[in-house]
Design a protein around this ligand. Sequence first.
Ligand code: MC0
Length: 146
Amino acid sequence: MLTRIDHIGIACFDLDKTVEFYRATYGFEVFHSEVNEEQGVREAMLKINGTSDGGASYLQLLEPTREDSAVGKWLAKNGEGVHHIAFGTADVDGDAEAIRGKGVRVLYDEPRTGSMGSRITFLHPKDCHGVLTELVTSAPDAQAEH
Ligand code: MC0
């Protein structure tokens, strides 16, 4: 069951400048940052709030590490902006299978590794009214990070 907004993914050209905008404008601080080579992104997670189900909500700022990555291609075509939304679930495998059964294309056969050790998959934007949609199961200890 999808229980929360895990994050909103925002594509940007310069991660450091974008982080500084969110800090100076809203007071959001970086909770976690990492490079995900498989996805071709350098990212910063800005935590918005914690929740009782072991997850939280974040803004995920994404700078491509390669022009041919999903975010690199999207930025070249659209410029900066909201790239995807991600729903949190305790069971990404089960929810992905159920959604696949409804005729929506799930992009990965098996969930892959996302931010902070989470397990993620994506739904094709053309099957979701133009919204690239991600499903996320957080790692059990994700809340403990500082
Ligand atoms: C592409 N399209 C999008 C879109 N990306 N529509 C809405 N939102 C997006 N983000 C549209 C294009 O405009 C195009 O429509 C059509 O989809 C095909 O796009 P394409 O440019 O030809 O690119 P493809 O087909 O090679 O790839 C699109 C696809 C890809 C969604 C399959 O981007 C993908 O596999 N995404 C999932 C992985 C991902 O996005 N990773 C980055 C975040 P038209 O009408 O022009 O044909 S990694 C992440 O977020 C991790 C770290 C985490 O959360 O933990």
